[in-house]
Ligand binder design. Structure first.
Ligand code: ASP
Length: 336
């Protein structure tokens, strides 16, 4: 398998690595154990923490998250700050600023965040705010609710001090205008490059959090919401077990509650890799038309082991671990 390395230099490596092992408490997840032992709490010696893993080739985002972790901050802070990097990147056309709009020309954003306590916050179909991941965190921390949608989410964001701004860049507008000339509505899934950013981080205490942010399918119907901001589908974290996040055709991920499924499979003893493969297998079993869409998953367990799998070639992950920021192509199902 081809591997590309992005070794971050100077300032970041200069921060040093939290080396050695950490001891933490977690639930035994080996399914071969007798059932009475499954929930036994035991000490597990981990690899080197912290670790950050994200969907797609996003070395700047993982580097930011890593920097936050190296400064002693939480996995929650890391995923928020890491996701913000891609939200602010006008070149990326599937997240935040510069995201491709819906079929009516409006950029609508979805995001969610989950912390180690299992708390969750999300915004769906929100316009004009560049950092939906941060608004999602505010929903989680400052409101009695877990999801705010559309105008309500935007109003809440403004009340929290977020600035309203247009997210449709010249490039995205031009692409949309070209797309409008085609007569048939067809969502476009980007299978080879930058897409929804799902990020999982484990901090030096061994605590896991995750975030997921997207502008959703390009040229979607107005009001359409995908998997990315929905708990259990685009993202799920259980700090006793691990976390998972998704990219690709949200409708397929939603129908199989993919991220929750992966975490539950890891709880039953599957490795992150095995769990991702099983979640893809569930989609393939139910949807014979896999030529028409891509789905990719990434997962990390409490021990810091990671896995990823997708339907078609083209998906990759970026992982920052041991001072090394590495983009790796993901193994895929459709090899025929
Ligand atoms: N999962 C996102 C959605 O369905 C889109 C993507 O990752 O391409 O909205």
């Amino acid at each position: 398998m081809k591997r590309r390395k992005f070794i971050q230099n100077a300032s970041l490596t200069g921060l040093g690595v939290v080396a050695g092992t950490a001891t933490l408490s977690c639930k035994e997840t080996t399914s071969e154990k007798p059932s009475e032992e499954i929930n036994k709490t035991l000490a597990v010696t981990t690899g080197t923490f912290p670790i950050v893993i994200a969907t797609w080739n996003v070395p700047n985002a993982t580097a930011k998250a890593w920097e936050v972790l190296q400064n002693g901050n939480s996995a929650l802070d890391a995923v928020e700050k890491g996701c913000m990097v891609e939200e602010a990147n006008a070149e990326g056309q599937s997240v935040g600023l510069g995201g491709l709009p819906d079929r009516d020309g409006n950029v609508t954003l979805d995001a969610c965040i989950m912390n180690k306590e299992g708390n969750y916050g999300a915004v769906v179909c929100m316009q004009n705010i560049i950092h939906p991941i941060s608004v999602a965190r505010k929903v989680m921390e400052e409101t009695p609710h877990v999801i705010l949608a559309g105008k309500g989410a935007e109003k809440f964001a403004v009340s929290e001090g977020f600035k309203r701004e247009s997210l449709l860049t010249k490039t995205s507008k031009k692409k949309w205008e070209e797309w409008k000339k085609t007569s048939k509505y067809k969502p476009i899934i980007n299978i080879e490059n930058h897409d929804t950013i799902g990020m999982l981080a484990i901090d030096k205490n061994g605590d896991i959090s995750g975030g997921c942010t997207t502008s959703g399918l390009a040229y979607k119907m107005a009001g359409r919401v995908g998997d990315s901001p929905i708990i259990g589908s685009g993202l799920f974290i259980d700090n006793e077990v691990g976390g998972a996040t998704a990219t690709g055709m949200g409708e397929e991920v939603l129908k199989t509650v993919g991220s929750f499924l992966i975490v539950e499979l890891m709880r039953q003893g599957r490795t992150p890799q095995e769990a991702c493969e099983e979640a893809i297998a569930r989609i393939i079993k139910k949807s014979p038309n896999i030529e028409d869409f891509q789905v990719g998953y990434i997962a990390m367990n409490k021990q810091g082991e990671t896995g990823a799998y997708c339907i078609h070639e083209g998906f990759s992950t970026t992982k920052y671990e041991n001072g090394s920021n590495e983009n790796t192509p993901v193994d895929f199902y459709n090899k025929a």
